[in-house]
Design a protein around this ligand. Structure first.
Ligand SMILES: Cc1cc2nc3c(=O)[nH]c(=O)nc-3n(C[C@H](O)[C@H](O)[C@H](O)COP(=O)(O)OP(=O)(O)OC[C@H]3O[C@@H](n4cnc5c(N)ncnc54)[C@H](O)[C@@H]3O)c2cc1C
Ligand code: FES
Length: 274
């Protein structure tokens, strides 16, 4: 069997080749495979990452470089804490790629809004990189980012680089000494984003409450619901549509999501996770 054929079943060992502490609880890992790697991950897709001896969790791809996989992980429980604690040279198991993608190509010719809350910027980072790679194919592009506090803002270097090509606006829930930016909710950035709502495509990722409020605000301003895309989250086991663990209404989020259109997501966003 090749790596591609077993990619959905058996975790392949990847080596931690790079590690950056983004914030107090969030780490970006760069993973290399010695030998045949997994098939290419698209923007929005996720891997099942195994911390050997602890467990396995779904984590979106936040970037890639050749065959190198990049993941940004927030430590919230046993497995994510173990993944964040890995060091250069440690080995992590990887299965994937799983799930649906952000269809960035479909936004060609349109204005684009990328709206991120907290760790939700990680799955959206490849979207912004795709937009920049073909910048002239898109109209006005605005990246709106919300964080709980300034110290939790991800990728400050990327934000500065992106701001040379697209609009980047940041807002925090709570200011800290020295913060001179906006304070409030990310939806507060939408009115001044400068996009033409009638021709805009939006990609939104963050906590469910943030996605619900953002998608509603966008539609209220005239963005077509069919052009608003969200990334849904549910606890997962197999990641590949076999076990039913990630069922949400009629969807298996690992297979039919995580990226879904707002018309599909809207009635499901009121369903609480079991
Ligand atoms: C498709 C998909 C993509 C994802 N991409 C990323 C990613 O790129 N980066 C990332 O850091 N996480 C991502 N997640 C979330 C990640 O999978 C969970 O944080 C992880 O499964 C938690 O496992 P654990 O064993 O560490 O914690 P658990 O023991 O499962 O949880 C510990 C505590 O944290 C709470 N918790 C669980 N998940 C979350 C969460 N997402 N946010 C806040 N609290 C939570 C639990 O309710 C519990 O109280 C993604 C999830 C999905 C479904
Ligand atoms: S996690 Fe098994 S079906 Fe989705």
């Amino acid at each position: 069997m090749t790596a591609a054929t077993i990619s959905g079943v058996i975790p392949l060992p990847y080596r931690v080749a790079g590690r950056r502490e983004d914030t107090a609880d969030t780490v970006t890992l760069e993973l290399d495979r010695d030998g045949e790697g997994l098939p290419e991950f698209g923007p929005g897709q996720f891997a099942m990452l195994t911390a050997y001896g602890i467990g396995e969790v779904p984590i979106s791809v936040s970037g890639s470089r050749g065959t190198r996989l990049i993941h940004t992980i927030r430590a919230v429980g046993a497995v994510t804490r173990a993944l964040c604690a890995t060091r250069s040279g440690d080995v992590i198991g990887v299965r994937g790629p799983f799930g649906t993608r952000w269809d960035v190509g479909a936004a060609a010719g349109h204005d684009v809004l990328v709206v991120a809350g907290g760790i939700g910027l990680a799955p959206l980072r490849p979207v912004v990189e795709c937009l920049l790679a073909d910048r002239r194919a898109y109209g006005h592009v605005a990246v709106l980012i919300g964080a709980r506090r300034p110290g939790e803002l991800l990728y400050p270097g990327d934000l500065r680089r992106w701001a040379a090509h697209v609009r980047v606006d940041v807002i925090v829930d709570r200011a800290e000494p020295g913060w001179r930016g906006r304070v409030g909710l990310v939806t507060g950035l939408i009115p001044a984003a400068g996009v033409d709502a009638g021709r805009a495509v939006a990609y939104v990722c963050g906590p469910e409450v943030m996605m619900r409020a953002t998608a509603r605000a966008l539609v209220d301003r005239g963005v077509q619901a069919e052009r608003v895309w969200l990334s849904l989250e549910r606890a997962m086991r197999c990641g590949a549509g076999w076990c039913g663990h990630c069922q949400l209404g009629p969807l298996l989020i690992c297979r039919d999501g995580p990226v879904v259109g707002y018309p599909v997501a809207e009635p499901l966003l009121t369903v609480r996770e079991l």
